[in-house]
Design a protein around this ligand. Structure first.
Ligand SMILES: [Zn+2]
Ligand SMILES: [Zn+2]
Length: 367
């Protein structure tokens, strides 16, 4: 028995379809039939060779939804319920966080654990079906699966997908208070979810900054009260944000664009004593000048990074999508679903920003 997979053999090379053998399931392992796997901005970075230590060839796809087809022994979720054959599930892409290292045990920053492996990113295709752009996914023992609640359709969850999970972490780091004003820099999938989650967190004013205009329009549907395009000069953007906040600046700025310039801009837009979270710089996009006296020290600003996500963010993302998926149009972020054979087209469309989000649906995408 073998399964087809879309393999990224090396940076800049076209995606190739290969057949991989079915895994021999060890106790506690499972096999999923893939329903959807996301094409994320990270996959574009992977294809451009911009992440360190990636063991090409890889099967991309780190956020996926599948149906359990086979299990070796009973497997239970975090709430103690046994999984069944036929369950619709998703899983945390991060695996093998060690629980023994300095980062795990002392500083409790498990996203910095050097032993963690990530489906679709740090497993090689030589290791097996460990990425979502494939007909099947091998859930190794200990992978944290979660059942999709009945009221949550697969399209809504995967529409939020990676950006929703990242957004939960970023909004947690931002500590948004009821009535706060928030500026979100970047209108891609992460920024869109941050807009929605800021609204759910009780922000009274949410200013989305980004482009193109269609994404800003969508941000309004996600909960933005105001939008500012990148065609507006940065000085004018600052002026507008100050006007909207009685001259003070916003309480919180969350950077989700990956543009170096967005960081000094965030420091300008935030009010004195406010908070800035940087979560868009997942790859090295270069450096930038900031002015420590005027932008940080004198402003008494709190500046925080946000790296990766852990199981708590993933678990909460599922709850939030199930509760609010009818009101927040996550499922409409999916512009198009591609077959495995169209993986190159899907990746190209995301790279050229022709689509907000593309999915790979190896089985035709029926959930
Ligand atoms: Zn560790
Ligand atoms: Zn991602």
């Amino acid at each position: 028995m073998s399964y087809r997979a879309a393999v990224m053999t090396a940076p800049h090379e076209p995606i190739a379809i290969q057949s991989l053998p079915a895994p021999v399931l060890e106790p506690g392992a499972a096999l999923l039939r893939v329903v959807y796997s996301e094409v994320c901005g990270t996959d574009v970075h992977l294809h451009h060779g911009r992440l360190a230590g990636v063991p090409y060839p890889i099967i991309p796809g780190h956020v996926s939804v599948g149906v359990i087809e086979e299990m070796a022994g009973p497997i239970h979720d975090v709430e103690g319920r046994a999984f069944q054959i036929g369950d619709r599930v998703t899983f945390l892409d991060v695996h093998e966080t060690c629980g023994r290292c300095y980062h795990c045990l002392v500083t409790k920053q498990s996203t910095r654990c050097p032993h963690r492996r990530v489906y679709g990113i740090t497993y090689s295709a030589h290791d097996g079906l460990l990425g979502g752009w494939a007909e099947a996914l091998w859930m190794k023992p200990g992978v944290h699966m979660l059942r999709l609640p009945d009221e949550l359709d697969a399209e809504t969850f995967i529409g939020g997908g990676c950006g929703l999970v990242t957004g939960i972490h970023a909004v947690e780091r931002a500590g948004i208070g009821l009535g706060d004003s928030v500026a979100v820099l970047g209108a891609g999938p992460v920024g869109q979810s941050i807009v929605a989650l800021s609204a759910l967190s009780g922000a009274s004013r949410i200013i989305a900054v980004g482009d193109p205009a269609s994404r800003l329009e969508f941000a309004r549907r996600m909960g933005a009260t105001d939008t500012l395009g990148l065609n507006v000069d940065p000085a004018d953007r600052l002026h507008t944000v100050r006007d909207l906040t009685s001259g003070f600046g916003v309480d919180v700025v969350i950077e989700a664009s990956g543009a170096p310039d967005a960081v000094p801009q965030a420091l300008d837009l935030v009010r004195d004593g406010g908070r800035v979270v940087v979560c868009g710089h997942y790859t090295d996009n270069g450096d930038v000048r900031i002015h420590p006296h005027w932008q940080i020290n004198r402003k008494h600003v709190e500046l925080r990074g946000c790296w990766g996500s852990d199981f708590s963010h993933f678990h909460r993302a599922l709850k939030v999508a199930a509760k609010h998926g009818q009101q927040v149009p996550w499922r409409e972020m999916v512009s198009k679903t591609y077959s495995l054979d169209q993986a190159n087209d899907a990746l190209g469309a995301v790279a050229r920003r022709e689509v907000v989000k593309a999915l790979i649906g190896p089985g035709g995408g029926a959930a």
